[in-house]
Design a protein. Structure first.
Length: 300
């Protein structure tokens, strides 16, 4: 993934991270106890398991539970290399990231060229997809790494860029994961059991009826039916237009799981505990399950 268009501009920094990881006798992996933290830490833990590397895992308190006069970042360990996946941090320029005792993986500004005119578009590369990139380099043929790779797209989905405008980095990442066969995108009626409540104004009954009729419809009929289905949603202000388009026309599906990836993330996020210590235990249990089943919500 180092050669992927959305990674290329920050690849030198990630290669430096990779060299430090390769030469560490023990890895201390830490991330905030949030869904984003689980998604990022899990990518690296999968690579450690596939390669038989020594590591320890720790979830820190999310920023919302950390007093203002304290730091959410852990201290460097006395032995080995500490890696903190700062999924809640601000976006940095790669050239401003200075190596320290603690390896911090922060959101990075990146650039991608898209379209027939090859215009440059700026965006942010979040720690989840950075961790997936490092994991792919650490264990390119690892069973766990490959099974968790599709979820690399969720970090960008949960960032705020899509709340206001089209996110070129998210689109580029999805296209790359599709091309390598990690996931596929399908319209809403082709998802077996989507979470319809994610889209305010969308009728669950109409979605069910359309899903049943979908196999018998041609392209024009499908396009018209989807447009009519989404029409009541356009008066709602909860979702931005880019998010609504993704949820209707580009659901992310892996293998035969009845839930698309965003529905899985929505389900997990809705059940997340608010208590300080409960969130850390919940994050750890979720990661154990994800590594075992390759799904945030195991198929029933």
């Amino acid at each position: 993934m180092f050669t992927a268009p959305f990674v290329r501009s920050v690849a030198p920094l990630l290669e430096q991270h990779l060299e430090r990881i390769k030469h560490a006798e023990l890895l201390h992996l830490s991330a905030p106890a949030t869904l984003e933290g689980v998604l990022a830490l899990g990518q690296l833990e999968a690579a450690c398991l596939d390669n038989g590397l020594r590591y320890q895992r720790r979830f820190t308190l999310p920023t919302m539970h950390v007093p203002r006069d304290e730091s959410a970042s852990p201290l460097p360990p006395q032995q080995g290399l500490g890696i903190f996946l700062d999924v809640e941090g601000e976006t940095w320029q790669a050239e401003d990231c200075v190596a320290g005792e603690l390896l911090k993986i922060v959101p990075l500004q990146t650039v991608v060229t898209l379209g027939a005119k090859q215009r440059e578009h700026l965006g942010a590369l979040d720690p989840v997809i950075q961790a997936a990139t490092l994991a792919a380099a650490m264990a390119p043929n690892g069973r766990r790494v490959r099974s968790l790779r599709p979820f690399a797209a969720l970090g960008l989905w949960m960032r705020g860029a899509l709340d206001t405008t089209y996110d070129p980095i998210h689109s580029s990442a999805i296209a790359h994961l599709q091309e390598e066969g990690s996931l596929r995108t399908v319209p809403l009626p082709e998802v077996k059991a989507p979470v319809v409540a994610m889209v305010p104004g969308l009728s669950a009954n109409q979605v069910k009826r359309l899903s049943k009729a979908w196999p018998t419809m041609d392209v024009d009929e499908r396009t018209l039916a989807l447009s009519e289905l989404v029409l009541p949603c356009l008066t709602e202000t909860v979702l931005s237009t880019p998010r609504l388009e993704e949820l209707i026309w580009h659901r992310l599906v892996v293998r035969e799981h009845p839930l698309d990836l965003v529905s899985q993330a929505h389900t997990v996020h809705a059940a997340w505990p608010n208590e300080r210590e409960a969130s850390r235990l919940h994050a750890s249990n979720l990661l154990d399950s994800w590594l075992k089943t390759s799904a945030l919500v195991p198929p029933s």
